[in-house]
Write a protein that binds this ligand. Sequence first.
Ligand code: F6R
Length: 244
Amino acid sequence: MRLIEVRNPDEAKTVAADLIQTYRPRVFGAATGATPELLYRELVDRRALDPSTTVCLLDEYIGLSTNHPQRYRHVIERQLATALGLSVVSPDVDADDLARACCAYDTMLDEVGGIDVQILGIGRNGHIAFNEPGTLFETATHVVELAATTRADNARFFVTDERPPTHAITQGIASIRRARHVILIATGRAKADAVAAMLDGPISTSVPATALRDHANVVVIADCEALAARAVTNHQRCVTTCPT
Ligand code: F6R
């Protein structure tokens, strides 16, 4: 795992966009959530992805109406794909047979040639995609029941009287590990414990992000706040430049 320490989310998005332009992905794996929003805006501004690029969703809620604005397909279309003219593939969360839809999604990822660059955020509980603590590292794409912390965190994207769905289809940890390059972005104090566990703790299913530790091409881009809980203080630049 290569760690790039940055001062703030703005610097994180610039470093991530530079890396993506170096990798020149044909197949781009997109996380949703607050973390990558700035990055996607930057990629659009730079016109950094060729229109022939295929965008593959990392996960998708089950149970939202097809035109619901928080469907991750719509979020990624709004934030990234439409402006750049990119095609989007996602798991079929409306299928009668969801188990079959999960297998079909892994097959689809293979058919498009595999993911060249996968963007990830990290949950407060150390999840990657919607692989919640306890998920085996061998899991392929599957249906997941979202953890209470995940639903609480994601409630901010929904209008007040609406609760986030209880279930989703997520790429499994094995699916994510097949990506050629992984860029995980972590910003903000809320992620500090998860980031410390991912970087320095034992490799364990209780912190799903530790499954990335032995991947050959993972870059973690983390800001000072997200690195604040590390026992190892090798982030001198952050220590000296971040307000306390
Ligand atoms: C999103 C996803 C999640 C988020 C994570 C962080 O597709 O799979 O793993 O990356 O929950 O979310 P934010 O960025 O909103 O803090």
